[in-house]
Ligand binder design. Structure first.
Ligand code: FES
Ligand code: FES
Length: 158
């Protein structure tokens, strides 16, 4: 079957690619574009490891087709830092030892970024609910939640 030609924006850069019409955005990112920061945990929309931001909305890239990125603005974990400068959430996760493994952490960071862009001053309950779709089997989540709240508080004070 002929591949689809997609023109999109990824991390602020215009990008074109060819993909199978049934290929997920996650597979396109990883297998066609070499952006392997987004991970496949479940492939069913349950774990959040594949989280990306599309037109300002948090989505599971395992549930979106690559062809659906046509004309959209996609943000992945690779675009979160500004060159050598980490995003405040990345910096805070380092400082507060909130980092988990390479499978779950990219999705958690992208989800937290999407939250603070939508709601810059969330309550702890709102952070917990928002990140409930990002699963890690290994942590109690407290350092993650604290880091997000601390970034929000510092942004408010800035
Ligand atoms: S891999 Fe997409 S939600 Fe788990
Ligand atoms: S799944 Fe990443 S540390 Fe638990």
């Amino acid at each position: 079957m002929a591949k689809a030609h997609v023109t999109t924006t990824i991390n602020g850069e215009p990008v074109e690619y060819l993909c199978e019409t049934q290929q997920t955005l996650l597979d396109v990112l990883r297998d066609e574009l070499g952006l392997t920061g987004s991970k496949e945990g479940c492939a069913s929309g349950d774990c959040g490891a594949c989280s990306v931001i599309v037109d300002g909305r948090l989505v599971c890239s395992c549930l979106m087709l690559g062809v659906e990125a046509q004309g959209r603005d996609v943000e992945t974990i690779e675009g979160m830092a500004d060159g050598e400068n980490l995003h405040p959430l990345q910096q805070k996760f380092l400082e507060e030892a909130a980092l988990q493994c390479g499978i779950c952490t990219p999705g958690i960071l992208i989800a937290a970024k999407a939250l603070l862009e939508k709601n810059p001053d969330p309550t702890e309950t709102e952070v917990r609910y928002w990140l409930a779709g990002n699963l890690c089997r290994c942590t109690g989540y407290d350092k993650i939640i604290r880091s997000v709240l601390d970034v929000a508080a510092e942004s408010k004070g800035a």
